[in-house]
Design a protein around this ligand. Structure first.
Ligand code: GRG
Length: 291
């Protein structure tokens, strides 16, 4: 069931991005951008956005730009993450990483172009949201991505290598590196649904917890998962001396921590009743996933 939903949503987002790029002037970077963002990955963040939209009765058409923008930022972060100066990974989504396929310079530029494309997509004239909402989406996406968000998370992740860090430092780093984009996913659905400040704050924090859960399962999959299903090399975290909760606490304690985190997330969604069913299914997938 969840697999079908992921594929259906990924197709919609891919189609949107292809059409968006088609309407722009072309460039020598488009191929590398498409290589990274189209037909690659689970597009789980888009599914989370659309699930949250269902909770608030929002038409998918009102969220598709947000999904596409988030996937552009996500793919950008993966291109840069794979570079030799960062995690130095040569395989991503079962194929050569973007810098292996197109060279480092083009990969850096394709990544940067996906970052800016995200903002072009949200501010597009044809995206029929009022300017105030678009402005809020742009501002929040920028904050979540930049030096207090994903970029800082990545900086800390690299700095923490081979260092003994405390649980709260690792949680803070992972909530930035991975959690901030999930934070934005829920916040954006709340913003389009015109929720009040308190509700949006609640959604941000819930999204960040979902992101942390996602990262925890990623760390487990690095240790115990299949390279084939993951589409990327596994068993790297130990070799690189990555600071993860799994490395710090050991399997049993880290699993209990993740299980508890999942329970708390699901409890917070109870107030939305059946309308949260799709989101709940996706969160269960995040916890149990094998890819
Ligand atoms: C975004 C401003 C900005 C800077 C980028 C390089 C970098 C700074 C950040 C890296 C962040 C990173 C790699 C976080 C890990 C998140 C994670 C677990 C990614 C894997 O996500 P999946 O499984 O990937 O959703 P697919 O392939 O399915 O899309």
């Amino acid at each position: 069931m969840i697999k079908k939903k992921l594929i259906r949503n990924a197709k919609k987002v891919d189609k949107f991005i292809i059409n968006f790029l088609k309407k722009q002037k072309t460039s020598s970077l488009v191929q590398a951008m498409k290589y990274s963002v189209i037909s690659g990955g689970k597009k789980i963040r888009s599914t989370i956005i659309l699930d949250a939209g269902k909770m608030f009765n929002i038409d998918e058409k009102k969220l598709i730009n947000v999904c596409a923008a988030v996937e552009c930022i996500h793919s950008y972060s993966l291109i840069h993450d794979d570079l030799p100066c960062m995690d130095n990974d040569v395989i991503r989504r079962g194929k050569p990483s973007t810098h292996i396929k197109y060279g480092e310079a083009s990969a850096v530029l394709a990544g940067s172009s996906l970052l800016t494309l995200a903002f072009e997509i949200i501010t597009d004239k044809k995206y029929l949201l009022n300017s105030k909402i678009k402005n809020e989406l742009v501002r929040t996406l920028a904050i979540c991505s930049g030096h207090t968000g994903i970029a800082e998370g990545q900086e800390l992740d690299l700095k923490f290598e081979k260092k003994k860090k405390k649980a709260n430092q690792i949680i803070d780093m992972q909530k930035k590196k991975t959690g901030k984009l999930f934070n934005f996913c829920l916040y954006a659905a709340g913003t389009v649904a015109k929720k009040n400040y308190k509700e949006k704050k609640f959604l941000s924090s819930l999204g960040e917890d979902i992101g942390l859960l996602f990262q925890l399962s990623d760390d487990f999959l690095d240790k115990k998962g299949s390279r084939k299903l993951m589409g990327k090399p596994v068993k790297k975290d130990n070799k690189k001396g990555k600071s993860t909760l799994l490395n710090l606490m050991g399997e049993k304690k880290a699993y209990l921590y993740a299980q508890n985190l999942k329970k708390n997330i699901l409890r917070k969604l109870e107030k939305h009743g059946k309308k949260a069913d799709e989101l709940i299914n996706s969160i269960k997938f995040i916890f149990d996933r094998k890819f």
